[in-house]
Design a protein around this ligand. Structure first.
Ligand code: G6P
Length: 610
């Protein structure tokens, strides 16, 4: 969701904030704004649309403040226009505030503030906070305390950063449910909703936790709980580099991330596979293996693409571990009072580690006493920190809003977990070793698939004007069908549905005519003969067939209009390969439509509101 960045020090903060906002734009890009203190008073410059527009507007002015904050918005309350853009002022414009999250009781607070005479200019929930804090400042209370008192009245989620011109030597930040970090510099400090906005300046960060408020000066910071208790915060060293979050010569982040997959997938397995023992070592969960391998049930909980990875995990766990596995949408899990037993293991999969529904579901699962494990990409993220143990996927920063390399790395980690547990249970050494061998060949096979990029681009050319798409797969490749359809929807705005191939007869087949492209994920596995029958059924109704097939398949070309042939592997690992042509197909269709694939409309990379 929204991106937050702030600076206090001796330099002109405007370039620092604009650069940070550009790095955070993947979190939202409906509007952007910057607030700062210069010559003793607060100023705000903001506009609808992207940071580049804001940049133009700011450089037409001649400000050079040394304290300021910036925001890039993903709209929740109030349409994405200039008035609703952050920062928001209090009435006398002595305070500016930016917010990520949702204030759930804002209507009640607004009515009460209106009765006190406060006038509102925007439709946002955020403006309530500016006036609420102001109501304490007006009583002569300092900013730090006013923020704590105001937040005690607030229900909902927030990452907040605030400036007050009567206390111009500090920024105040607060967190509940929306990520916030302080970046520690030399004689200057930073705040941000995400470390990627800070790493150009510092690698030393302090993670603000839920219920904490901090005053950030240029040379120090003071953290307290909302209830005014003192707390000592640890400074962490982050290892992310600037090169990792640049486009590296590619036209888009999404293409870079697709093309990086031989490397990112290798990084997910690096140092983990042990051929001699036919297993893997996962340091993060090693100490819990006995308990996990005796679990009576796995529940995998996630959102979006990570949920699709979870579905593949279900096939893996049930095939190799014979342990019942359920896959849940985090948003449903958290609210329906799920039945959780003490010997359940609940896995939370999240690229960002900050998705609001996944985090809330994790807390609910912990409250109910289950063993809670995290599979995250972002090191130090909330889900990673709050899980009892976990495994990082090590895919490297993913910036493109549509997830690609994180998905394949999530699949690698799920397969590694499967291997470790299966070897602990009843898998033989020989079988374990042959799986390790298959793992080791995956990066090379991905490279071969990526060499088909131009061919896939040519296929895409035929479909840029399509209005609908169907994606069909069976078994392990059913979740891949869902993921292929999601990729296309997210970035090309073409309506697409993923279905188990056989289920298509129970509805979607009614949609099939000569204008309906149908993507079959049909590698030569145990479901091949069945899926070929489904291909015939679509062909009989004149649907346009695109098949993702095995290299040695000589038959499918007689049925399909377009065939993309890829290398084979064992069934468990096949989704890591079959999804890649689908990522490229979606990518090229969207690019041919002239769309911004890195920042598709209405979406955000990290959904920190529910
Ligand atoms: C958003 C992103 C998706 C992502 C989903 C879950 O919708 O646009 O790409 O799959 O959130 O995010 P997470 O960070 O929890 O994996």
């Amino acid at each position: 969701m929204c991106g937050i960045v702030g600076y206090i020090g001796s330099k002109n903060c405007i370039p620092v904030i604009l650069e940070g906002l550009k790095r955070l734009e993947y979190r939202g890009y409906d509007s952007a704004g910057i607030g700062f203190i210069q010559n003793g008073s607060c100023n705000v410059i903001k506009n609808k649309g992207k940071v580049s527009l804001l940049e133009k507007k700011i450089y037409e002015s001649s400000y050079s403040p040394t304290i300021g904050l910036g925001h890039t918005r993903w709209a929740t309350h109030g349409e994405p226009n200039e008035i609703n853009a952050h920062p928001h002022y209090n009435t006398d414009r002595s305070l500016v505030l930016i917010h990520n999250g949702i204030i759930e009781n804002y209507q009640t607070l607004k009515i009460s503030l209106q009765k006190q005479g406060y006038k509102f200019v925007s439709q946002t929930d955020t403006e309530v906070l500016a006036h609420l804090i102001d109501s304490f400042l007006k009583k002569g209370i300092n900013l730090f305390k006013s923020v704590r008192l105001a937040l005690a009245e607030v229900d909902g989620t927030y990452g907040l950063a605030i400036l007050y011109d009567k206390e111009p030597e500090k920024l105040v930040v607060a967190r509940k449910g929306s990520p916030l970090v302080i970046g520690i510099g030399e004689g200057e400090n930073y705040v941000a909703s995400d470390v990627s906005a800070l790493i150009a300046h510092t690698s030393r960060v302090v993670y603000i936790e839920d219920g904490e408020v901090a005053e950030v000066y240029s040379d120090r910071f003071v953290a307290k709980t909302i209830l005014d208790e003192d707390i000592v915060k640890e400074v962490h060293q982050v290892t992310m580099t600037l090169e990792e979050i640049d486009r590296g010569g590619y036209e888009t982040f999404m293409l870079k991330e697709i093309m990086e997959q031989p490397e990112s997938v290798l990084n997910s397995m690096r140092g983990r596979l042990i051929y001699e023992d036919g297993t893997a070592k996962l340091g993060g969960i090693d100490h819990l293996l006995d308990r996990i391998s005796k679990t009576k049930r796995f529940i995998i909980t996630a959102c979006g693409t990570s949920w699709h990875a979870g579905l593949v995990g279900e096939y893996m766990f049930e095939q190799f571990l014979r342990i019942p596995t359920e896959v849940e949408y985090a948003s449903e899990f958290r609210y329906r009072n799920p039945i959780i037993q003490p010997d359940d293991t609940i896995l939370f999969i999240s690229q960002s580690g900050e998705t609001a529904d996944s985090l809330a579901a994790l807390r609910e699962a912990k409250r109910k006493g289950a063993l809670v494990l995290g599979i995250c990409n972002v090191v130090g993220s909330s889900i990673a920190r709050e899980s009892e143990a976990g495994v990082y996927i090590h895919a490297g920063p993913e910036i493109g809003v549509a997830s690609t390399k994180a998905f394949t790395s999530q699949l690698v980690v799920l397969a590694l977990i499967t291997l470790v547990l299966a070897r602990k249970r009843d898998m033989s050494l020989v079988d374990g070793r042959s799986i390790v061998n298959e793992f080791l060949k995956i990066p090379e096979k991905i490279k071969r698939i990526l060499e088909l990029n131009r061919d896939i681009e040519k296929v895409a050319e035929n479909f840029k004007d399509s209005k609908n798409f169907l994606y069909l797969g069976r078994g392990y490749n059913f979740p891949v069908a869902l993921e292929g359809a999601l990729k296309l929807k997210e970035i090309s705005y073409i309506h697409a549905e993923g279905y188990p191939a056989a289920e298509m007869k129970h509805g979607p087949i009614a949609l099939v005519d000569e204008n309906m492209p149908v993507v079959f994920i049909a590698p030569k596995d145990s479901t091949y003969e069945k899926i070929i029958s489904n291909v015939e059924e679509i062909k009989a109704r004149k649907g346009k067939i695109i098949a993702i097939a095995s290299e040695q398949d000589e038959h499918i070309g007689n049925l399909a209009d377009y065939v993309i042939k890829i290398p084979d592997t064992i069934r468990m690992l096949m989704p890591i390969l079959t999804v890649i042509p689908l990522q490229l197909l979606a990518y090229h269709i969207a690019m041919k439509k002239g769309l911004n694939v890195d920042q598709p409309r209405n979406l955000a990379k990290s959904v920190t509101v529910e």
